[in-house]
Design a protein around this ligand. Sequence first.
Ligand code: URA
Length: 214
Amino acid sequence: MSFTRRLIVGTGPVPCNVMLVGEAGGWDEHQQGRPFVGKAGMVLSTYAKAAGISRGKVYIDNLYPWWVGVGNPDPPEEQIEEGGRLLRATLRRVKPKFVGALGRTPARWFLGDSFEQKRDHGLPKRVEMEGLSFIVVPTYHPAAGFYDASAAALCQKDIHALAETVRGERAVWEERELPESRLVPHPTPRSPDVLPQEGDAIDTEGSILLPQMM
Ligand code: URA
């Protein structure tokens, strides 16, 4: 099926402490031009809310900010390269301190080919890129649970790991410790501003992913 490519534009505050990066948009995102507005987005909303992450305070985007096509195949290498160039520019604009890499493809893009999802998911790691220094938490993709219930549980756990990292409650895997592949406690800056604050309005009706559109 041929279709006209339509950019799926990242949403959220700029600059932003926390950024979530998915793989590529699906059909719903292609239709609406916004990331994570379909079924995977509903799952992500639920997990983020349970972990205490407020969607209105995170920037959300995709590595390949277009729909790949019917069946949502993984984006091929040239599409990852194209999306990666845009993502680098977005990172410079958004200046995140924490990035949730949602799924294997964005996790590999941030952490390199040595990333192994089964072994490394949920482990926060510091990354230097584009003159920035931020912590990446790789997660199972929110849609992985559509096919495998255990992946849903792991994704939910990983989103919790991200929230705990933002709150400074998790050890960070530092580059120099990679050869030994071990975790040591590392004080991360406390960043309570992504979490709902006393007095914050709570959206009880709409999607927490897109409260600004309600
Ligand atoms: N899956 C993604 O990786 N991104 C979206 O925007 C939607 C589904």
